[in-house]
Design a protein around this ligand. Structure first.
Ligand code: AMP
Ligand code: MG
Length: 417
């Protein structure tokens, strides 16, 4: 391999639709899923991690017959309309309840308190009136009303969280509820991020008049984090075979490598040929989308490698479509579906056919049906347009004209919606 740039002539793979390309990633990375290295993490720190153990209940849930309302614990047969029962005490949440409810009486009870034996209903305070020691009931009490029976949410020793589950706020609360405060989790996959381009400088450097700052490494690191990975930012490689080769070699030490730039048809777009020389096998190197058409996916030395086009919006779109599912799999989790929703197009639009477009747009939920408007933009370098967008509007490859009011798909930006 010579040190001088040489145009790669590798484009002999069939161009895939974005769905086919995504399936290919899922298929190939899925084959390598295997058990992940694990680590013990406190529930306070485990948000977004994938569970690598089962969590079982330490006791029944609820552990006692729990009142779900403030009111009066009664025997339902005692509390018909206009019934008048003597109130013989009160039960606060947390009180130890030993005595059974005697017939013809009631006990004032609070939400979260244990219902005494023999009581089978809680009458809401709103439908009662107090007359000294007595309580008058306006409504019929139904057996079981406003009580969650002991053990009805979960039995003791029951598995409530399983391996491969992603820990969101509800899952973490459930773990905390049963006292599982330390959780065995899959380690976040480490994703190397390498940008390429002779024009690219560090973000804290002052670019020359014809240079640009490395914004892609910043967006990619954020996207890796959101997807559940640990970004390993490797900086920028010049458009030279040796420099690219060295930095790619470094990147291949991580669980996956994401490159930006250098995958188009330009004379100095060398990523694919350098990877090829390092033994990479490619599964696609063109996808029928705009932006993002030259996206490349392959395996190099057993590691998934993504060559994303360098135009910032192309990099962002292709990450969401192709890299995010790989991170799910490398985390030991199922692949999450793309956040696609249907919306009503707020203005007519025209696009070239042949490629599926992902256009920066804003979806609003003011009307009964979500409404989406494409944003004006200067093409795939226009980060400012994307910063105003909360979704990408999909224009199918075969549609030239879409009318106002038509139903279209939008891919939500998960970080802002
Ligand atoms: P490329 O895919 O290498 O042909 O680059 C396409 C466009 O994206 C060019 O205008 C580049 O200057 C720009 N670009 C490439 N890498 C980056 C980066 N790391 N940050 C921001 N823009 C980039
Ligand atoms: Mg470049």
């Amino acid at each position: 391999m010579s040190g001088r740039a040489k145009a790669p002539l590798l484009r002999n793979l069939t161009m895939l639709s974005y769905e086919q390309a995504r399936s290919k990633v899922v298929e190939e990375v899925g084959k390598r899923k295997g058990p992940r290295a694990t680590t013990v993490v406190s529930v306070w720190e485990a948000l977004g991690l994938v569970l690598a153990q089962e969590v079982t209940t330490d006791r029944e849930y609820p552990p006692f017959n729990r009142s779900t309302r403030d009111g009066y614990a009664v025997r339902s047969s005692d509390a018909g309309p206009d019934a008048r029962l003597k109130c013989v005490g009160e039960i606060k949440a947390g009180d130890t309840v030993r005595e059974a409810l005697a017939s013809g009486t009631c006990l004032q009870i609070m939400t979260g308190a244990a219902v005494p034996a023999n009581a089978d209903a809680v009458a809401m305070i709103e439908y009662t009136s107090r007359e000294g020691d007595f309580v008058r009931f306006e409504r019929n009490a139904q057996a079981g009303q406003n009580i969650v029976a002991r053990g009805s949410e979960a039995a003791a020793g029951q598995t409530i969280l399983t391996r491969g589950m992603r820990l969101g706020f509800a899952e973490l609360a459930l773990a905390a509820q049963v006292g599982a405060v330390q959780l065995q989790c899959a380690q976040r996959p480490r994703v190397a991020i390498l940008s390429t381009g002779d024009e690219v400088v560090l973000i804290d450097e002052t670019p020359g008049p014809f240079q640009i700052r490395n914004s892609n490494s910043v967006s990619l690191a954020a996207q890796v984090r959101i997807a559940g990975g640990e970004p390993v930012v490797l900086g920028n490689a010049a458009d030279r075979i040796e420099d690219l080769g060295e930095k790619i070699e470094r990147g291949l030490r991580e669980d996956a490598l994401v490159l930006s730039g250098g995958v188009s048809m330009g004379k100095y777009d060398l990523v694919e040929s350098v990877l090829k020389a390092m033994g990479a096998e490619f599964f696609f190197d063109a996808v029928a989308i705009r932006p993002g058409r030259p996206a490349v996916f392959g395996l190099c030395q057993g590691k998934p490698v993504f060559g994303l086009p360098g135009n910032p919006v192309s990099t962002m779109v292709t990450f969401e479509l192709f890299v995010a599912p790989a991170i799910d799999l490398l985390s030991g989790a199922e692949v999450r579906a793309l956040p696609l929703v249907e919306a009503r197009l707020a203005e007519a639009m025209k696009e070239k056919t042949g490629l599926t477009h992902f256009l920066p747009a804003r979806v609003e939920w003011q009307a009964t049906v979500p409404e989406v408007k494409p944003l004006r933009w200067q093409g795939s370098g226009d980060i400012a347009a994307l910063a105003k967008a909360n979704c990408f509007l999909l224009v199918p490859a075969d549609r030239e004209q879409i009318e106002i009011g038509e139903s279209v798909s939008v891919l939500l930006r998960k970080d802002v919606v």
